[in-house]
Design a protein around this ligand. Sequence first.
Ligand SMILES: [Cu+2]
Length: 132
Amino acid sequence: MHLSKLRRVGLLVASAALIAGMAAACGGDDDTDSNGNGGETATTVSVTIPEGAPVIDQDKLKFVPGEMKVKVGEKVYFTNSETALHTVDINGENESGNMKKGDVFTFEFPAAGEYKITCAYHPQMKATIIVE
Ligand SMILES: [Cu+2]
């Protein structure tokens, strides 16, 4: 359990470095990004969070709030308000990739149930989302 968790973090770090390296290698001086996904790794998108939408913020090494109820298919917004790098792992799967300060990750929970939210880097970061 502990071992596999550690390995997972190691893998994430490795793949993040790989992506950063690839982005640097592309450099904008050629047009090799022909796979149709538009070089999304380097893009900053500003997201407007609708009034009243469910938001879980990553701040002071916590998810705030630590528990939330949403409806099936409702879009949940995860934000990072601090300089520490975080992820949104849902039931142990890293869904967000690395989140820097100001990043927003959205997720629509497809089915009712209780979902455990964690961060790959900070084991103390936990939240529960109850989808009904
Ligand atoms: Cu974290």
